[in-house]
Design a protein around this ligand. Sequence first.
Ligand code: NAP
Ligand code: MG
Length: 410
Amino acid sequence: MNKKNYTMEKIKMTTPLVEMDGDEMTRILWKMIKDELILPFVDLKTEYYDLGLPYRDKTADQVTVDSANATKKYGVAVKCATITPNVQRMSEYNLHEMWKSPNGTIRAMLDGTVFRTPITIPSIHPAVKFWKKPITIARHAYGDVYRDVELQVNEPGVAKLVFEGESGKKEEVVVHEFKGPGVLMGQHNLDKSIRSFAHSCFQYALSVKQTIWFATKDTISKKYDGRFKAIFEEVFQEYKERFDAAGIEYFYTLIDDAVARVMRSEGGFIWACKNYDGDVMSDMVSTAFGSLAMMTSVLVSPDGKYEYEAAHGTVTRHYYKYLKGEETSTNPMATIFAWSGAFRKRGELDNLPELVNYADQLEAACFDTLNAGLVTKDLVNLMEGITPKALTSLEFLRAIRERLAARLGA
Ligand code: NAP
Ligand code: MG
């Protein structure tokens, strides 16, 4: 395609975004998105961290730590999908060590919560016919069954839960008097972690101006789930006025009631879940909305730092095709929305309405393109009431670029 010289002046930034590059097909898309949709329009400022596996290996994963620290410093990051090494990757990339998941490292350093939201369009109907707007799921990422201890009991006997305080105080309750074989489990959580989770949830709700739901089973689990409910209620007091001003609500109910209400709802809210509920419900909600390639994700820390990314991985199968010289039709939507989310947040924090507008127009140009039936292959069989045309990734990005330029008057 001929490289047009746009006449508009490029949109200015003041604070850099923390840019975390990644691996495989998404690394290829990353560059294409910058070349086609960002650099022609924005005077881009980023602090660049290469989280691609070769450089993580070269720096003994220090680059991941540095990128998380930069996110703490600047407040807004945008991340490309990255490989979490396994045995097969050790030999494929000749690694010194099986480095930990970058997402895990960054989440732990920011003490953050992940919010996942589907990108929805009119021609892709959710499996639940009532849903008109996206539902965002927030999953508490610490404790409960994921950090449990378990025993299989093979004879009659007594199981007890014992706490020995450092002060010398001892508490003991009988779990069960076994008359025969059975199973046993101990779980825990921490006030600190629940409190961070609550802060991240309320911060994010305010940021997107959406009502937030939280649910547990505190009628049965009066102390354990009751503690979650109480901490959320207590933390909410700090946000109540800002919620009122924004016209949004915090709504608490029982988990089974929440599930029933979610199915009957129109969507358009955030659903905060305990660890296990979030694991299960996020798979249900994302599948019901359509495609993994259309799922965005943002990590939010309790003190309001944001890291935007796509929920999918590095799309390895497409990358191997790309390496053979084939043009692929990998869907860049979630990665584009990671960038637009980051630009919008940066624009809001730095009071740059033009940058916020660019983010809005970029998303709108994506919707214009999809609604014109110009899509990547993964969406073809999901669309109804429209005859879609499958494009390669690059063709798709150029179709968006054309519409974006028109919208920006470039
Ligand atoms: P994946 O990269 O999400 O891809 C799984 C499959 O989903 C693909 O093979 C493709 O199906 C489809 N898909 C996902 N994203 C797509 C897109 N944008 N456009 C079109 N189709 C898309 O998951 P994976 O294959 O399990 O993992 C690959 C690597 O990614 C792993 O090394 C893993 O560690 C890493 N990963 C990273 C993150 C992250 O950084 N946040 C998250 C998950 C996984 P078809 O092949 O049928 O077209
Ligand atoms: Mg799961």
